[in-house]
Design a protein around this ligand. Structure first.
Ligand SMILES: [Zn+2]
Ligand SMILES: [Zn+2]
Length: 244
């Protein structure tokens, strides 16, 4: 972690600009967003009402009961949770991690907080959502693996990047696609190559953003077919489909 003395010097010598609002990032550790954008980003807490399965956000929590949005009834994972809403600093972080293979300390801390707050049951294995071999080669790294590495440090267990593979390149999910189109685009795209490592495991499936949940659901289905006991999904951000 950067010391409070070195951080302002670094951000002065190598200025970076907020990917959300364009203002200068005052503190290197806040990269890729400025302090105001971090402050204005909705980070989830116990006072938020979220769907108990897919984690979609309803508003402030006024009941202790579980709520289910019912749109996620056919999703295969057991539960999904995220650091916060897909907006401002978290949206900037998702974009940033597709281009730069580094998770800065503010985001690391938020990942740790989210895991501490929301992981109620034990996890045996961390698996990032894989990219196809071709896309992994083009991009040189997988952003989901970077997030999984941070989870790995917090939970003190290695991330497994080989057991789940993307066997079919899927078209980039565009914002205009509805839930049905998204589900169809990832159908049969994933395969478990080492079922023995999956069997009877409680898995934390990690990705950058959850929108319709189609990708996570497809991975979870494949993991469950191969004997996984449970699949919990963790993402940096929770987006909502505007077209449902
Ligand atoms: Zn900003
Ligand atoms: Zn739901």
């Amino acid at each position: 972690m950067l010391s409070s003395l070195i951080d302002p010097i670094l951000s002065f010598v190598y200025p970076t600009y907020c990917l959300s609002c364009g203002h200068r990032v005052e503190s290197y550790s806040n990269t890729p967003a400025c302090r105001t954008c971090w402050h204005d980003t909705h980070i989830f807490s116990e006072s938020d009402l979220l769907c108990s399965r897919c984690g979609v956000h309803y508003g402030p929590r006024e009941t202790a009961n579980d709520v289910f949005c019912r749109k996620c009834d056919d999703h295969h994972y057991d539960r999904a949770f995220a650091v916060g809403l897909y907006e401002k600093a978290l949206a900037a972080s998702v974009v940033h991690l597709k281009e730069t293979p580094k998770v800065f300390s503010n985001l690391r801390r938020e990942i740790g907080n989210a895991l501490t707050r929301s992981l109620t049951s034990g996890i045996d294995l961390i698996i990032p959502v894989p990219l196809s071999r071709q896309r992994r080669h083009e991009r040189e790294f997988n952003q989901a693996e970077l997030i999984a590495e941070v989870c790995s440090e917090f939970l003190r267990m290695p991330a497994d990047t080989v057991s789940l593979q993307r066997i079919r390149d899927t078209p980039m999910q565009r914002s205009g696609m509805d839930a049905k189109a998204r589900a169809a685009s990832v159908e049969g795209a994933f395969s478990v190559t080492r079922p023995k490592l999956i069997e009877s495991k409680n898995i934390l499936l990690v990705d950058d953003v959850l929108t319709s949940g189609a990708t996570a659901s497809n991975c979870a289905e494949e993991l469950q077919k191969n004997g996984a006991s449970s699949v919990t999904v963790f993402t940096l951000a929770r987006a909502v489909l505007t077209k449902l």
